[in-house]
Design a binder for this molecule. Structure first.
Ligand code: FES
Length: 128
């Protein structure tokens, strides 16, 4: 049996103001990580689910970025108000939160509607 059933990584990377890629720290990622950790503990899941701060996950334009393993579900544009739903639906119930999932075409893509390099699309938006 693995040490943890799920591992949740929350990007808390911080960059200087004005950086072209922005950063998750400027979008309240520490509060998201703290709330995730608190809810996992409150629900008695701390021995099964591990929540960690992560450095840059290279999906900065979609931040705050979270990835959940082993299923490799990527969430983007996560706010503190979304944390309860991620815990209840995904971490407890096993159903990822569809409205927060990053499109497969955006993950690690050089071009997507939210990144530079695609002049036809917005650089900030809700999910594709
Ligand atoms: S700063 Fe969060 S993914 Fe890069």
């Amino acid at each position: 049996m693995p040490a943890y059933e799920k591992h949740v990584f929350v990007c808390t990377n911080e960059r200087p103001d004005g950086h072209p890629r922005g950063c998750c720290a400027a979008k309240d990622s520490a509060a998201i990580r703290d709330r995730l950790k608190a809810l996992v503990k409150e629900r008695g899941l701390a021995k099964r689910i591990r929540v960690n701060a992560a450095g840059c996950l290279d999906q900065c334009e979609h931040g705050v970025t979270i990835v959940v393993y082993p299923e490799a579900v990527w969430y983007g544009f996560v706010s503190p108000a979304d944390v309860e739903e991620i815990v209840t639906s995904h971490l407890v119930g096993g159903t990822p939160v569809a409205r927060l999932r990053m499109a497969d075409t955006c993950i690690n893509a050089a071009q997507c509607p939210h990144r530079g390099g695609n002049e036809s699309g917005p650089k900030t938006a809700t999910h594709a």
